[in-house]
Design a protein around this ligand. Structure first.
Ligand code: ADP
Length: 267
């Protein structure tokens, strides 16, 4: 992961065509800075949940006889939640490494979008429980060729963010429509939205808009994974803000495979 990022930094600097000796020295310094920022970020994301687990497990072990049932349950819940957080972070890191090392050769299986969305909504049930989810999918969407595992992860990450950044009880919309030779899928929320200058940067690894986002159970990897997976499947993903009122919009465009265009024409 570090090497891939160092390469990215090198490429970005080469692209602006300023690579003389002086810039080489700066490049090394920048790469070192990047490495150390990444290490800090990774250790923070590993140590925060681990500290929670150790604290709660320690209390349970030292005071198990004296603690009221309710406190014991709360401590156990902390152990479970923080372990899940750790698990998610490690899974995300592995996904990221898979993309960067080119190990992600996506399967191209025939997939109906409504079935995919249904599966992800079931999986994300607990996360979405505090929000009103509205799904608007037309009945005759063409069959797509996607990797269901990767695509499910993309949808899950976007819904997870919508639920995380938008206040409870607000709406989350999932819409899809045919758009010429593509299918467009949008996930909209009613949260704070994303400042215009950050609309592209949020797809960078470990980039977070607000300092306070660090407190939420995030890894800063979710959207980088989304972009990596969507592009590996031949699609695009971008972020924007709602025009009518506040909220973020994530738009995914996926190509309709040639052999599956027939049924849509007949429909
Ligand atoms: P994180 O694990 O921090 O959520 P992501 O890569 O998924 O990492 O998102 C990167 C950053 O983009 C978040 O920290 C947050 O600042 C911003 N972001 C992502 N989704 C939303 C959203 N739906 N509304 C507002 N901000 C968002």
């Amino acid at each position: 992961l570090f090497d891939a990022l160092a390469d990215q930094a090198a490429l970005a600097i080469e692209r602006i065509q300023l690579v003389d000796d002086l810039d080489q020295a700066r490049l090394v310094a920048e790469t070192d800075k990047l490495r150390s920022a990444l290490l800090t970020s990774i250790s923070h994301d590993l140590r925060t949940p681990l500290a929670g687990i150790m604290g709660a497990a320690g209390m349970l072990s030292d005071y198990s006889d004296e603690l009221p049932d309710e406190s014991r349950r709360d401590l156990l819940a902390t152990v479970i939640e923080e372990s899940e957080r750790l698990n998610r972070f490690i899974a995300n890191l592995l996904d990221m490494t898979r993309i960067e090392s080119g190990m992600t050769a996506p399967n191209a299986l025939p997939v109906y979008l409504d079935e995919m969305v249904g599966a992800v909504l079931r999986r994300a049930q607990t996360i979405l429980a505090g929000h009103r989810v509205q799904v608007t999918l037309p009945p005759a969407l063409p069959l797509l060729r996607l990797d269901p595992v990767l695509f499910e992860q993309v949808l899950f990450n976007l819904l997870d963010n919508a639920a995380k950044y938008a206040p409870a009880q607000t709406g989350i919309g999932i819409d899809a429509w045919r758009d010429g030779s593509h299918v467009t899928l949008q996930i909209r929320d009613e949260g704070p939205g994303i400042p215009e200058p950050d609309l592209e940067r949020i797809f960078d690894i470990f980039y977070r808009v607000r300092k306070t986002d660090q407190i939420l159970a995030g890894t800063g990897l979710g959207l980088a994974i989304c972009r990596g997976f969507v592009e590996a499947m031949g699609g695009t993903i971008r972020a924007s803000n709602r025009r009518d009122h506040s909220g973020a919009v994530f738009t995914i465009r996926l190509p309709i495979p040639d052999d599956d265009k027939e049924p849509e024409i007949q429909a």
